[in-house]
Design a protein around this ligand. Structure first.
Ligand code: ZN
Length: 203
């Protein structure tokens, strides 16, 4: 399986990192080795001094597809979830400045937190789903899918122009504002509406 990630999908997050608003979705990938195994803590890698949490809505692909029209994109997933795209911000700043790829900053082991999956039928409107991340019981990121520049169906259309989507592939749909550093002993808890999606410790 592969993990396809969208960057710069929420206006306020683009502003906080002083990025340009893109004309097309920013796309990158994480390998399957990036997945943080269930119940494991997130261990801050030794190569970074500034790892940020990015809480994101996830989509799990349930059938194979290529060149999927946005009108039919809803047929390619039954479940959504919530996860974290851990980012070594210091490493990302270095590679970004040189125009180099982002993998060292975003695709390292443990950088993909994948929480519980929920039936999409639980949500009346997938373009109006609330989610949040709490760090040590304080809400640090608060989002709603209505604020996405590219909605889930448009993301599926766009990425499937380039990559065949296969059963079990996961899409990270981008982070809202409020990204910030994590430190040893932090606890990160994510909620999709009122449902607990993940609860992890940082070491
Ligand atoms: Zn992200």
């Amino acid at each position: 399986m592969k993990i396809i990630c969208i960057g710069r999908n929420y206006t306020e997050h683009i502003a906080e990192l002083e990025n340009e608003r893109p004309d097309h979705p920013v796309v990158f990938m994480k390998p399957d080795t990036a997945i943080l195994l269930k119940k494991n803590p997130f261990i801050i890698p030794e190569f970074t001094q500034d790892v940020h949490h990015e809480v994101e809505i996830l989509v799990k692909i349930n059938r194979i597809g290529k060149h999927i029209d946005r009108k039919f994109a809803h047929k390619y997933f039954d479940q959504i979830g919530l996860g974290i795209d851990f980012t070594a911000r210091d490493v990302q700043s270095q590679v970004k400045a040189k125009g180099l790829p982002w993998e060292k900053a975003k695709a390292f082991d443990g950088s993909a937190v994948i929480g519980k999956w929920f039936d999409k039928k639980n949500y009346e409107d997938l373009n109006n789903v609330n989610f949040r991340l709490q760090k040590n019981d304080n809400v640090v990121q608060n989002g709603n899918t209505s604020l996405m520049l590219w909605k889930i169906d448009e993301i599926i259309e766009y990425v499937s122009k380039y990559f065949t989507l296969k059963i079990g592939d996961i899409i990270f749909t981008g982070t809202p504002a409020g990204v910030g550093p994590v430190a040893p002993n932090d606890r990160l808890v994510g909620f999709l509406e009122q449902d607990l999606a993940f609860d992890i410790k940082v070491k």
